[in-house]
Structure formats: structure tokens, C-alpha cells
Design a protein around this ligand. Structure first.
Ligand SMILES: C[S@@+](CC[C@H](N)C(=O)[O-])C[C@H]1O[C@@H](n2cnc3c(N)ncnc32)[C@H](O)[C@@H]1O
Length: 387
């Protein structure tokens, strides 16, 4: 079977390394994700262990679909009865970029019709559609007149690990935070500090990794609702989870500092860390980021500073004079952050920055400058080796 795991744009390298580390066969990076091969267990393993994957798709068919009739016929050729029975609900989700079929809802309808027709013919009855919470989620990707039909193993996207009890402003997705840690080469055995932790995503993801807690251990997955699950896959899944639980370290090997200047963020941080089961691993406190002092000879500062809007107070509707004052204030703040970074001699700093002013304020050239996307926003992962 062929799988395709998706991830945030710019983080494919991190996902490829993770899947190779799981020793999955034929791992190959592509745009927006990574493909691999294997039995259903390979896909389940990716769901359980991959920290940077957003979804894991099992490819069922790939065929030319220059028009709606070809799409319907291609979808009819799939042995849907292998994946659904008359009691399973289904939904079809489509992304299309085609010249002849331009409406994704229409394309999804064609695939749904084909699947339902096949099941009615072969099983004598048709399953129901449940667009909100289906048992089986079918995914159509139609690009350049080629259709790919897949099943979504994860169900709810994998970034929803289940520990985000409270959100603050501009939280990172869990999968993106994990990618920042991997792409930044952060060593889980060394001290860690995020002085602008917000809801704590980077610190929590670091703690999960440091304690070898698999990201999918405590959530439900789409494949568990597939009719075929109760055969072999269920016991394979139970064994996989038991093996993953046996790997967990009782505590993180080095201190993990998570601070923020805002009391609401501290509240969210504590609740989220507790929900993730890593509260005891985190040293949480309210403080100004610029006051952070080195707590050891080496370690990593990993942080995602504010982009500017909240700090500067400028934003839309601000006059030119107000915007100038806001810009100056932001530059001053970034200079303070740069001073804090450079006094961490011997440390590594990994900064996810959405504002070029920050890079300009740091008087050292980054060893790594990697472009990635935080949703629709372009950001730079900057890695500094602090002398
Ligand atoms: C972009 S958010 C970080 C989001 C975080 N990575 C998450 O996933 O939730 C930036 C954070 O910096 C904090 N912050 C702004 N100025 C600060 C300062 N001077 N000292 C400490 N924290 C500050 C804000 O409260 C906010 O939580």
C-alpha cells in the first residue's frame, strides 16, 4: 500500500527524517508531504509517532480524470466494499485545481455517488453520508486532470493532539512546533528555554519528545472506526501502543523553562502542560523575556517572538505618526531580545520569526535560515550558534 503524509509547507524535510527514523519503506519527500509504503500497520505507526505530520492518507486509486464522467468511472473502479459496509458513514473531501472541474463540492459529489453505487450493487444497501463526523473520510485530490483517491487514517488532523485546553493569541500548531524543534536540531537531552512561550506549544512538544512520549498515544484515530479494524489491525495497534508506552521516560533529562510576560499565557501554559502530562517537567514562570539569564553552560533557546501588532499597538487604522512610534518600540524590544540571546554564550538559539526587523537586530549571522509557512504566513526559522 502507498501512503502520503501531509505537513506544513517548508517542513517536509523534518517529516521525511521522522518517517525514515520509523524505518518505513520507500520514504520520499514531495511538495506538502512525504510518501511511504507498507501494510496498514505502516500508516498506523506514522499516526502514532510522527510529530510533524498533519494527516496520513492511504492511497486507493490514481487515474486520469479530465472530466466529470472520467472522475465517476475512475471512482467506481475502487473496491469500496473492502473499506466500508452498509453501516459505516462516509464523507468525501475534495481539493481541485483543474480546468474542467472547478467546483470541489461537485467533484466530491461525483466520488460519493460512485462509492455509494458500488456499495449498493455489491452489498444490497447504501451507507449514509455524515459530512461532520464520518466513520470513513475519503479524500479526493484532483490536479492537472489526475485524480488521487485516498482514505484519511487520522480523522481529525494530527496537530490536534488533545492537550490544548486553552489557547492564547497566535498559538503555533503542535505539528509546526515539532517541526521547528526538529529542523532546528534541538537536542532533547540539553536544557531548553522558551522565554515567550505563550500557550506553551514549543515547550510542551519539546517535553513530549524529551520524555519519548509518542504524540498519538492518547487520541482516537479515524482508522479505528473502519469496519476492517476489528480484525488484525486492532491487536497490531494495541501492541504498537504498548511498545510506545514502554519507551516513556519518567522525567525529562534536562530542565525545560517556559516563561511568558502575560498572566493569561501562564494560565494557559499550566493547563496545557497538565493536559499533556508534562507539567512536572516544565519550570513555568511569568517574566520579561529580556531578563532571561543562562542557567547552564549549554542549551537551546527556542522561541516564537511576537510579530509586532500587539506590541507596537499600530496596526490597521493607525496614523503614520502612531505607526512610526510603534515601529521604534518594536525595534527597541527586538534589540532587548538580541541582547538576551547573545549573553547565552555556548547556547543555540532557534527563533521562528515573522518579522525581518528581528533578524536585523541580532548581531550574529544565522547558521540556518529556513523558510516555512505558519498557516498562510511566511516565517523564517533562524538558528544561531551563540559564541
Ligand atoms: C507569538 S506568541 C508565542 C506563541 C507560542 N509559541 C504558542 O504556541 O502559544 C508571542 C508571546 O510572546 C509574549 N510576550 C510578548 N512580549 C513579551 C515580553 N516582553 N516578555 C515575555 N513574553 C512576551 C506574548 O505574551 C505571547 O504569548
Amino acid at each position: 500500500m502507498r501512503f502520503f503524509a501531509t505537513c506544513a509547507k517548508g517542513t517536509e524535510g523534518a517529516l521525511r527524517r521522522e518517517l525514515s527514523g520509523l524505518r518505513l519503506p520507500a520514504v520520499r519527500g514531495d511538495r506538502g508531504g512525504v510518501s511511504f509504503e507498507g501494510a496498514l500497520e505502516a500508516g498506523m505507526r506514522a499516526c502514532l509517532h510522527a510529530r510533524t505530520a498533519m494527516r496520513v492518507l492511504l492511497e486507493l486509486a490514481r487515474f486520469p480524470a479530465p472530466d466529470a464522467a472520467a472522475l465517476y468511472e475512475g471512482a467506481r473502479a475502487v473496491a469500496w466494499q473492502d473499506w466500508l459496509d452498509v453501516r459505516t458513514t462516509l464523507a468525501v473531501e475534495a481539493t481541485v485545481s483543474s480546468t474542467t472541474i472547478t467546483h470541489s463540492g461537485f467533484a466530491a459529489l461525483k466520488v460519493k455517488d460512485a462509492a455509494v453505487d458500488v456499495l449498493r450493487e455489491r452489498l444490497g444497501a447504501r451507507p449514509d453520508v455524515d459530512p461532520k463526523d464520518p466513520d470513513v473520510r475519503i479524500v479526493l485530490h484532483l490536479a492537472r486532470d489526475e485524480a488521487t483517491l485516498s482514505l484519511d487514517l487520522a480523522g481529525a488532523p494530527l496537530h490536534r493532539r488533545g492537550y490544548r485546553a486553552v489557547t492564547t493569541e497566535a498559538p503555533l500548531k503542535e505539528t509546526l512546533a515539532a517541526a521547528v524543534l526538529l529542523l532546528g536540531g534541538v537536542d532533547p537531552a540539553l536544557p531548553f528555554a522558551d522565554p515567550m512561550a505563550g500557550s506553551g506549544t514549543l515547550a510542551i512538544e519539546h517535553a513530549l519528545r524529551a520524555r519519548r512520549i509518542a504524540p498519538g498515544l492518547d487520541r482516537a484515530f479515524g482508522f479505528q472506526r473502519w469496519p476492517s479494524y476489528r480484525g488484525g489491525p486492532q491487536s497490531a495497534w494495541d501492541r504498537m501502543k504498548a511498545a510506545a508506552r514502554a519507551e516513556i521516560l519518567p522525567r525529562a533529562p534536562a530542565p525545560i523553562v517556559a516563561r511568558d510576560g502575560h498572566p493569561k499565557a501562564i494560565q494557559a501554559l499550566r493547563l496545557n502542560a497538565a493536559a499533556a502530562g508534562v507539567e512536572a517537567d516544565l519550570e513555568i514562570s511569568q517574566a520579561d523575556a529580556r531578563d532571561l539569564q543562562p542557567s547552564a553552560d549549554a542549551g537551546a533557546i527556542v522561541t516564537n517572538p511576537p510579530y509586532g501588532e500587539r506590541l507596537g499597538g499600530g496596526g490597521e487604522g493607525a496614523s503614520a505618526a502612531e505607526a512610526r512610534v510603534a515601529g521604534k518600540k518594536l525595534q527597541g524590544f527586538y534589540r532587548g531580545l538580541a541582547e538576551m540571546l547573545v549573553r547565552h554564550h555556548g547556547w543555540t538559539a532557534v527563533v521562528l520569526s515573522g518579522n525581518p526587523l528581528l533578524e536585523r537586530a541580532i548581531p550574529i549571522r544565522p547558521a540556518v535560515d529556513h523558510r516555512l509557512w505558519n498557516g498562510p504566513l511566511e516565517a523564517h526559522l533562524l538558528k544561531y550558534e551563540l559564541p
